[in-house]
Write a protein that binds this ligand. Structure first.
Ligand code: ADP
Ligand code: MG
Length: 318
C-alpha cells in the first residue's frame, strides 16, 4: 500500500482558506464566526450495509459527504468544515482518485472544507464529521413541533428505494425511470439552502434518511405530539406513482430510506412564505398533513379512512 501519508497528501489535501489550519498537523484549527453556535454531526457508510461494494466510487464520494450535509440542512445550519475517516482494503489509486473527485465535487458545491481525518487499512467504510454554524436559538430541532402545525416534505419520496429495488432486480423500470431513481439513490442533493431559508419559519425539521414514517416519528416522539398524514398528498417520485397500488411500492414511499429530503413543521400562518421559498429554490414543497395533540401517526386514505399499512423505516438493529 502506498504510504498512508502519501495517500493523504495526494487524495485528501486541498487548500483550506476558511480554516486557520487544515490537513497535516495533529489537529485542525477552526475559527467559528463570533456569536454563532457550532453544529456537529457524524454519519458513517459501511460497504454491504449502506452501499453495494461495487458502487461507483465517484458517486460514493459524493454521497458520503451529501448525507452529512443533509443532517446540517435539517438543523438549518450553514456547513463549513468536515473531517473524513476512511478504512480501505487496499490503496487502489483509480478508486481513490474517483472517490476524492466525487467528495470534493460535493464539498465545492456546498463550500465545505476537508480539514482532517484518519486513514487506515480495513473493510471499506467511511465516516464524516461535519461542522457548521447555527444562529443561536434558530436551529431547526426535532422537539419543537406544535399541535396545529402543517407538516411539509421537500422534493419527492421513494425514488432512492425504487432505485435500489431496481439495482437488486426486485423492480423492473424503463430506462429513463431507472436512470432517475439511480440518481436519487447515488447522488442525493442535500437540502442545505432550504434548511437555511426555514430558520425562523419552521418549528421542527428532520432529514428523511430512514423513511418518512420513521423520521417523522422522531419529530412526534421528541415533540410529544401526533400527526395526521394524507396518503394522497405524499409527493411520490414520478417513477413510483403508477406503482402505488402495490404494497411494496407503498413501502418505498412510506418507509424507503435514502431520500434525504426534509420533513418540517410550521404554523399554518407561514404557508405563503413557505410556498415562496419553494419557488425561489425551484424545489417542490408539499403539505402532507398536520400535527395533532393526541399521540400517534394516523395515515388517512382519500376518503379519510385510516390506512393499515404503517410500516416502520429502516432500523439497523431491528
Ligand atoms: P495522527 O497520527 O497525528 O493522528 P494522522 O497520520 O492520522 O495523524 O493524520 C495526519 C494528518 O492527515 C492529520 O492532519 C489528519 O487530520 C489528516 N488526515 C488523515 N486522514 C485523512 C483523510 N482521509 N482525509 C483528510 N485528512 C486526513
Ligand atoms: Mg490519526
Amino acid at each position: 500500500m502506498a504510504s498512508e501519508f502519501s495517500l493523504i497528501t495526494r487524495y485528501f489535501t486541498r487548500t483550506t482558506p476558511n480554516a486557520v489550519l487544515g490537513v497535516g498537523d495533529d489537529a485542525a484549527l477552526l475559527a467559528i464566526t463570533p456569536g454563532m453556535e457550532l453544529a456537529v454531526s457524524t454519519d458513517m457508510l459501511v460497504a454491504g450495509t449502506h452501499f453495494l461494494p461495487d458502487t461507483d466510487p465517484r458517486k460514493l464520494g459524493w454521497k458520503t459527504l451529501a448525507v452529512n450535509l443533509s443532517d446540517l440542512a435539517a438543523m438549518g445550519a450553514l456547513p463549513r468544515w468536515a473531517t473524513l475517516s476512511i478504512a480501505l482494503p487496499e490503496a487502489d489509486e483509480a478508486w481513490l482518485t474517483a472517490f476524492a473527485d466525487g467528495l470534493f465535487k460535493c464539498a465545492d458545491q456546498f463550500q465545505v472544507e476537508l480539514v482532517g481525518g484518519d486513514t487506515t487499512r480495513g473493510p471499506l467504510s467511511m465516516s464524516i464529521s461535519i461542522m457548521g454554524e447555527s444562529s443561536p436559538g434558530r436551529a431547526l430541532r426535532r422537539d419543537q413541533a406544535r399541535s396545529g402545525d402543517d407538516i411539509w416534505v421537500s422534493g419527492t419520496l421513494g425514488g432512492a428505494a425504487l432505485g435500489l429495488a431496481q439495482l437488486q432486480r426486485r423492480a423492473q423500470l424503463n430506462e429513463m425511470d431507472a436512470m432517475h431513481c439511480r440518481r436519487a439513490l447515488e447522488t442525493p442533493q442535500p437540502r442545505v439552502a432550504l434548511g437555511l431559508a426555514l430558520r425562523g419559519i419552521a418549528h421542527a425539521a428532520i432529514d428523511i434518511s430512514d423513511g418518512l414514517l420513521a423520521d417523522l416519528g422522531h419529530i412526534l416522539e421528541q415533540s410529544s405530539a401526533g400527526a395526521e398524514i394524507h396518503f394522497e398528498s405524499l409527493p411520490a417520485h414520478p417513477a413510483l406513482s403508477p406503482l402505488l397500488d402495490q404494497a411494496w411500492a407503498r413501502h418505498c414511499l412510506l418507509a424507503g430510506g435514502d431520500d434525504y429530503e426534509l420533513c418540517f413543521t410550521a404554523s399554518t400562518s407561514r404557508q405563503e412564505e413557505i410556498v415562496a421559498i419553494g419557488l425561489e429554490l425551484h424545489l417542490p414543497l408539499q403539505r402532507i398533513g398536520s400535527i395533532t395533540s393526541h399521540a400517534g401517526l394516523r395515515l388517512l386514505d382519500s376518503s379519510g379512512h385510516l390506512m393499515p399499512n404503517q410500516q416502520a423505516g429502516y432500523d439497523h438493529f431491528a
